[in-house]
Design a protein around this ligand. Structure first.
Ligand code: 5GP
Length: 189
């Protein structure tokens, strides 16, 4: 339990394959006041993904029921699947004083920027589109058609980077992690 004042909401966006997850894992290790919001999705779990840890994996019907009941802070359809941030979980963690990261794509990000104009917003960029393509192929979790869809989506997403207060290039993992930890420090002064 954390008895500090209300934590900070952090909007954390970057296209598929940019290394958001790897950066996030380091941030969680290095700053115990950070929590990652666990999203709901209708996408099928990838190998090694655990329900309730990486995502709450639910059906389209369950997702649509939650939309109706105003259960989401934001949600979006991305490459044929729904993704959404459960409202209550985020509010509870912020109330407990944690800095809560929303690791979400840009459509949901724009909804958050509209609802919470003061949100601390960070956009992670690849050093180049070629490096993004290489990473998606190396990860090997998607087929060629899905990779191409995700690369097209990435270009569109990157065009929104200036709506975010901070842009961080993930060229070197340690540098990117330190940059984000510095931003958090600076913003909590
Ligand atoms: P993936 O299928 O690779 O796990 O996620 C696809 C995209 O959906 C990523 O950009 C990821 O950040 C985003 N995403 C994950 N959870 C959410 C969410 O709750 N809301 C929105 N809008 N996007 C999400």
């Amino acid at each position: 339990m954390n008895s500090k004042s209300k934590g900070k909401l952090v909007l954390y966006t970057g296209s598929s394959g940019v290394g958001k997850g790897t950066i996030m894992a380091e941030l969680l290790k290095r700053n115990p006041n950070i929590r990652l919001s666990v999203s709901n999705t209708t996408r099928a779990p990838r190998e090694g993904e655990i329900d309730g840890v990486h995502y709450n994996f639910i059906t389209k019907e369950q997702f649509e029921e939650l939309i109706k009941n105003d259960g989401f802070l934001e949600y979006a359809k991305y490459c044929d699947n729904y993704y959404g941030t459960p409202k209550k979980q985020v509010e509870d963690l912020l109330g407990e004083g944690y800095d809560v990261f929303l690791e979400i794509e840009v459509q949901g990000g724009l909804q958050i920027l509209e609802k919470y104009p003061d949100v601390l917003s960070i956009f992670i960029l690849p050093p180049s589109m070629e490096s993004l393509s290489r990473r998606l192929h190396r990860r090997g979790t998607e087929d060629e058609e899905t990779i191409n869809k995700r690369l097209g989506e990435a270009e569109r997403e990157i065009s929104f980077k200036n709506r975010y207060k901070y842009n961080v290039v993930n060229d070197d993992l340690d540098t990117a992690v330190n940059e984000i930890l510095d931003i958090l420090k600076k913003e909590s002064k």
